[in-house]
Design a protein around this ligand. Structure first.
Ligand SMILES: [Zn+2]
Length: 366
């Protein structure tokens, strides 16, 4: 391990992240716990007009979420490409090369080298979210860049941010660091980041952890700085919750009680890889008050654990499955139980499609 990698490695360990033991997911989660439909070849190969598409790229343990906003006649000029997180770098032992997976996925689904990513948002300063930034900005141009502003004292994160900012600055794009107030004046405020065909609200972003052990800059409190969004199209809402934990989740519940935000949604990108640190039954019930065939929970995680527990946790899956219809909880760690550390990527991407008529589908893609 070279000296550049060591601080990142230590930060990841300190960040409550990866236990390199290999838990038996079949035993812990049970066969078929994240069974769901598989995408048809058409869905995988073609992004049709009048659809909002959200793809959880299977980066292993981490997040790499590609949002394609609807177009009506010309994809190239009308649809915006937004990337929320870039997966891990793969430089930390036992992790997946998430940045390379993201780049490969974009290149095989319509982008070419040098294309524009209209906005790159890095939700927070943990390696499983920012590690892939150098790979992404080496291949694509970045129009706007945002992160919460909290660097967690991480040299790896500062390097990734620097790479993204210089790519953005070269094209005179917008750098929104910290996201509040440089992107929006305060949380629960609308943003134009996703273009005109999608209504988008910043749910959260904090330049310092709101509370907790802030003296440990790589600790899990960094999760509560995450940039999170609610985006809406065709009358359906999608929550993109990054790694928020219960402290902020409770604030979102309060804001929904006060009428400041509307949590009722068709799709929830489950927070923090399905960890039990959030996604309470109370929260799920607010998001899905009357679950239907259009309602889905999607999870981005590897198979390995934070602090010895598997992700997504049994508790989180049980909570979601209590409320949603069978087959409506999908996770990128699907079928990863026989894989070894750092190889749990690339085989179960999740594509979410919101159609102009308000119907919503989610499926696994290879
Ligand atoms: Zn994470």
């Amino acid at each position: 391990m070279n000296r550049a990698v060591l601080p990142v490695f230590l930060a990841v360990l300190a960040g409550g992240c990866i236990d390199t033991s290999l838990p038996d997911l079949t035993r812990e989660l049970g066969e078929g716990r994240t069974d769901g439909p598989y995408c048809t070849p058409d869905v995988q190969s073609y992004f049709p007009p009048e659809e909002l598409r959200i793809t959880l790229i299977d980066v292993g343990q981490g997040d790499g979420i590609w949002i394609q906003t609807p177009y009506f006649s010309d994809r190239e000029t009308e649809s915006r490409n937004i990337l929320i997180d870039a997966g891990p770098s793969g430089n930390v032992p036992g992790t997946s090369p998430g940045g390379a997976v993201v780049v490969d996925y974009l290149l095989t689904h319509g982008l070419v080298p040098g294309n524009f990513i209209d906005a790159l948002i890095i939700s927070h300063a943990h390696e499983d979210h920012y590690g892939g930034v150098p790979a992404v900005v080496s291949m694509f141009e970045v129009g706007r860049y945002a992160d919460p502003g909290y660097d967690a004292g991480s040299p790896g994160f500062l390097d990734a941010r620097g790479r993204a900012e210089s790519d953005t600055a070269r094209l005179n794009g917008q750098i929104a660091v910290p996201a509040v107030p440089n992107l929006v004046p305060r949380p629960f405020t609308k943003t134009d980041l996703f273009g005109e065909s999608v209504d988008a609200t910043v749910l959260w972003a904090a330049a310092t952890p709101p509370s907790g052990n802030v003296s440990d800059p790589s600790g899990t409190d960094v999760n509560n700085t995450s940039v999170a969004f609610a985006i809406r199209y065709a009358g359906k809402q999608v929550l993109l919750l990054a790694d928020l934990e219960d402290e902020v989740e409770r604030q979102l519940i309060s804001a929904s009680t006060n009428g400041e935000i509307d949590l009722r949604s068709a799709v929830m990108k489950v927070a923090h890889h399905g960890s039990s640190s959030s996604t309470s039954l109370d929260f799920i019930a607010r998001v899905f008050p009357a679950p239907s065939i259009d309602d889905w929970a999607v999870i981005s995680s590897g198979r390995r654990s934070f602090s010895g527990t598997t992700l997504p946790t049994v508790e989180t899956l049980d909570n979601l499955k209590q409320i949603l219809l069978p087959g409506h909880v999908l996770s990128t760690e699907n079928r990863d139980d026989l894989k070894t550390s750092g190889t749990e990527h690339g085989d179960d991407h999740i594509i979410v499609s919101i159609h102009a008529d308000g119907s919503v589908e989610a499926c696994y893609a290879q």
